[in-house]
Design a protein around this ligand. Sequence first.
Ligand SMILES: C[S@@+](CC[C@H](N)C(=O)[O-])C[C@H]1O[C@@H](n2cnc3c(N)ncnc32)[C@H](O)[C@@H]1O
Length: 284
Amino acid sequence: MGRVDGARCPIPTPAWLSFRTDARYKAGVGDIKDNSEFWAAYDWAEGGTEWSQAWGATRLLFHGSLYPRIAAFVPTGHLLEIAPGFGRITEFLLPLCDRYSGVDLTEKCVANCRQRYAAESKATFWQNDGASLDMIEDSSVDFAFTWDSLVHADDGALRAYFGELSKKLKPGAFAFMHHSNLGDVLDPAEIPTYRDLHGRDSGMSATKARGFADEAGLHCHSQELMNWGEHILKDCITVVSRPTADSVAPSPQITEHNRFIDETGNLLRVHSIYGGHDPNRGHR
Ligand SMILES: C[S@@+](CC[C@H](N)C(=O)[O-])C[C@H]1O[C@@H](n2cnc3c(N)ncnc32)[C@H](O)[C@@H]1O
């Protein structure tokens, strides 16, 4: 009987390898203008499923790594996704809300999502300027979410979004913000030892996120620092809420997840056993 383990699963390696060798991507995409140019020029042939390969498929990423982290906030009423790209995670968020708003900087991403989810009457997609959420009514959002997008955004964009969330969230509502932590951990002397910084912004950090939340009058509940394929904790998920009149500011729970690769590796192992039963689903 053949034995397959996570480490030896065949991982298809098409388009995204050339993406990873792009010097700008390796060093961090940059400011809003850089992101806008980069994502407009990006080859979206695989719709973002290429970034699900560490899990085997997006459904493993969602159900194994994302759902357990957002389970306390869904199902919900109005869900706002910041930077959905081609809607890779959107597919899994839609059944968890009554109303969905997606806001992305890149025109072709918005156009693709509008077409892909045309039958979803609860979903609306907007293009924005990379910082403003003007198109969302104040105090209307029950849960805001962003994954694998603002890791490439600089501190200016994150600061703007925290400010916007303080108006757009309903009082008491939460936001799940995935962003870079390189600013807290990057050691310039160690740069040659890093394998791939996955385009994380070099200036954004967990410390700054707490400061931006504070400045915006949001409460910071938790920060999970994660290593994402490197030995440094280069990613962070910050969970904030818009306080109600009688909320007491919590002490944020800050945790370090040094073995994120084990989390993805176990799901990849599961996928290698059970995931091939429907070849039509591919990396979805
Ligand atoms: C790596 S893709 C990820 C897309 C999606 N979240 C996913 O996981 O498949 C990055 C996306 O972030 C968007 N983006 C980058 N900076 C942004 C910003 N400041 N505001 C809104 N969207 C942004 C890009 O247009 C692109 O669609």
